[in-house]
Design a binder for this molecule. Structure first.
Ligand code: LRH
Ligand code: MN
Length: 388
């Protein structure tokens, strides 16, 4: 049986970054539903992210997305965040919402468009210099919709050239995290569609480049924990975007659709000794709360990651290894299922009390009156949304 003190220590040290865009109005191509009390500014998004940390204790940073979180003074935004008890984390670039990017951004056939895209990526590094962020996170919508539309190889050459330019601009303590996605918004080719393509580019760039895995960015049936184990073995898992899906990039609450998959993924992370912040994997939520209240959904999501992590930390690894070595198929599977079937909620409730927190973060949030306060305060202005 694993040492519960060590398990609690690891859970206490866990860090799960929240995404600023999850607090804004989001939706699908059919409708972006609005909710009362949604933040209008980057500072108000930080206020909401600070609530998630206030009640969970393990979400001390918020990822920003540019230009969704564009401000005049990023150093001031970073100081404001610190006053709220959180830090500005990963800086996410956005070269997927400008008409110029219809045929792509860094892989666009037009060199002028490519230069515009690279200029935005440079701007994101300048923002990292101002906020003290270490990670530049790149996801490209780039791709094609019809066979023959463009040269698959030429687009890879353009992508590689742009990434090399940006990589050269990184400071020694900064990283480039390259996220892949199988499809959408491109529906024939996507220029970074899978872990292999991202890894090839990262290896070609150098040690400060690593791969981001996003749960929803895989073909149905993909064994994501295998990819995670492989990238950790190669020292190239730079980040993980937590969410869940029943079909495609649904961006639902992590663990909601497939808690067993989340457990299997975190089992591989624990086995690799990569659950702690010192291992350098940027674990974050990347979700959209299209119909549900956003802050409680983020709090619930952090709790879902904690529960899956606690179960993974409770795997009796010596017993598992012994069963694996002796070819005891059912025995080995049983060891893992015992951990997965363990109710870890009392353990986590106790940990929260040890941390001076309410054992039930969602209930504590509702009792705080913050939800009513933001509805009352945030009248007028333009609520944050994907398309603003
Ligand atoms: C792309 C993605 C990426 C973010 C965006 C909000 O689907 O997962 O990580 O930039 O969502
Ligand atoms: Mn993502």
């Amino acid at each position: 049986m694993p040492d519960l003190t060590a398990v609690k220590t690891a859970l206490r040290a866990q860090r799960i970054e929240t995404p600023s865009w999850a607090f804004g109005n989001t939706g699908t191509r059919f409708k972006v539903f609005t909710q009362p009390g949604v933040p209008r500014t980057a500072s108000e998004k930080i206020d909401d992210a600070a609530q998630v940390h206030r009640f969970t204790g393990v979400a001390p940073s918020v990822a920003v997305h540019i230009p969704w979180d564009k401000v005049d003074d990023y150093a001031a935004l970073s100081s404001y965040a610190k006053e709220q008890g959180v830090a500005i984390g990963t800086v996410n670039a956005n070269v997927f919402q400008d008409d110029d990017y219809r045929l792509g951004s860094v892989a666009n056939p037009d060199p002028a468009i490519r230069r515009k895209a690279v200029a935005h990526l440079f701007e994101c590094i300048d923002i990292m210099d101002a906020t003290g962020s270490a990670d530049l996170k790149l996801w490209f919508a780039d791709g094609t919709n019809y066979p023959g539309q463009d040269s698959i190889r030429a687009r890879q050459d353009r992508l590689a050239d742009a990434l090399a330019e940006v990589y050269a601009r990184l400071a020694a303590d900064q990283r480039m995290l390259l996220e892949y996605k199988l499809f959408e918004p491109s529906f024939y080719t996507t220029d970074v569609p899978d872990w292999g393509t991202s890894l090839l580019h990262c290896v070609a760039l150098g040690p400060q480049a690593a791969v981001v895995v996003d749960t929803g960015h895989h073909a149905p049936g993909t064994n994501i924990e295998f990819i995670v184990a492989l990238l950790l073995r190669a020292g190239r898992l730079g980040g993980f975007d937590f969410n869940s899906r029943f079909y495609a990039d649904d961006d639902l609450m992590v663990g909601a659709a497939d808690p067993f998959q989340l457990f299997r993924i975190l089992h591989e992370v624990v086995l690799a000794g990569a659950i702690g912040p010192e291992a350098g994997v940027a674990f974050m939520l990347d979700q959209c709360h299209n119909i549900e209240p956003k802050i409680p959904a983020q709090i619930r999501s952090v709790m879902n990651v904690q529960e899956a992590t606690a179960k993974a930390l409770l795997v009796d690894q010596p017993a598992l290894e012994a069963a694996q070595r002796s070819g005891d198929v059912l025995g080995a599977n049983a060891v893992l299922m015992d951990a997965y079937n363990t109710d870890v909620r009392p353990l986590l409730a106790g940990l929260r009390e040890d941390m001076g927190l309410d054992p039930d973060p969602v209930a504590a949030y509702h009792r705080s009156g913050y939800a009513e306060k933001i509805v009352a305060d945030r009248v007028g202005g333009t609520p944050a949304s994907w398309d603003s």
